[in-house]
Design a protein around this ligand. Structure first.
Ligand code: 13P
Ligand code: SF4
Length: 304
């Protein structure tokens, strides 16, 4: 692949700092293309915990870099744009969670990784969109509280006999996707298979041929015989889908499937971050220890 001068500069700084670049599947294509590893939240967490690199440049949003910092306190975790946040993660605080827990004594809290370290510290176990069903079904209790994504909890409820208590949070990007938009896209591309992220509303998931995390979508498309796909998640994923499957066609059902926070980091930000070894994302030790318990319990849930 031909690299631009800025892309080459990033790679050269990564070498100088013996750093690794992790990029979420929604990141701008020019960043994904030069990352050491791209993936979904679960894949990137695993990569962070396994890398021997001393410096991790995390291209994603704040909660993802925090998860890396929880897993690797001895490493320097850089988030080139510290203001890259997540609407959903901001729908829950440690205080509001403690209040809810007080109304549900004995009910374990399954916390979506799209949450702050301080919120994870108040939780029993974490989950991602890739393992939510497995995590909930792995618990011995018959009731659980899932937070903060209401849609992910409703999706999980379809695959679990447990009573799942909801938190009224959502992703403002996925939650906006409507049935009308999906039906219009299906009408325009009648041969296309529709794959949706579990952060979409239940009535949208009802139209889906498959529901997957972002990396789950990449795997699904690789192995599915369809030639056309409607992708019910943030548009950034289409970059890798097209690169990996040049003969297949991909359609986004809505122009609004664009997460501004995921697009904040630029190549120039990464260079500056590696030059200055900042901004660093770290988690206070007391919070880290409790959050790590919840993250490690998730990591211990067997894969299918
Ligand atoms: P994935 O873990 O599926 O990549 O999802 C992360 C996310 O933020 C979805 O909006
Ligand atoms: Fe958060 Fe939604 Fe953006 Fe994912 S797409 S980072 S859940 S705001």
């Amino acid at each position: 692949m031909n690299l631009s001068p800025l892309q080459r500069e990033v790679r050269s700084w990564l070498e100088k700092r013996a750093a690794i670049l992790l990029a979420h599947n929604y990141q701008p294509g020019e960043i994904q293309d030069i990352a050491d590893l791209t993936g979904d939240s679960l894949g990137l967490s695993r990569a962070a915990s396994q890398t021997s690199a001393k410096v991790i440049v995390f291209c994603g949003v704040h909660f993802m870099a925090e998860t890396a910092a929880i897993l690797c306190p001895e490493k320097l975790v850089l988030l080139p744009r510290p203001d890259a946040g997540c609407f959903m993660a901001d729908t829950i605080t440690p205080e509001s969670l403690r209040q809810k827990k007080a109304t549900l004594p004995g009910v374990p809290v399954v916390m979506y990784v799209n949450s702050s370290a301080a919120v994870k510290a108040e939780s029993d176990i974490c989950c991602t969109s890739a393992n939510a069903v497995r995590v909930v079904n792995s618990l011995p209790q018959i009731q659980v509280l899932m937070a903060p994504d209401r849609n992910l909890a409703l999706y999980t409820q379809r695959h679990s006999s447990k009573k799942i208590h909801l938190w009224e949070g959502c992703c403002n990007i996925h939650d906006q996707l409507t049935v009308a938009e999906v039906l219009a896209c299906k009408a325009a591309h009648p041969e296309a298979s529709f794959i949706a992220h579990p952060e979409c509303r239940p009535e949208v998931l009802d139209l889906a041929d498959a529901v997957r995390s972002t990396s789950g979508m990449l795997t699904y498309v690789r192995h599915d015989d369809h030639q056309e796909f409607i992708i019910g998640t943030e548009k950034g994923l289409l970059h890798t889908l097209k690169r990996e499957n040049p003969q297949k066609h991909f359609y986004s059902p809505s122009e609004r499937l664009l997460c501004q926070d995921m697009k904040k980091i630029s190549l120039a930000d990464i260079v500056a971050s590696l030059q200055n070894l900042a901004p660093v994302v770290s988690v206070p030790p007391d919070i880290r220890q409790r959050a790590l318990l919840a993250v490690n319990r998730m990591m211990a849930v067997p894969r299918d």
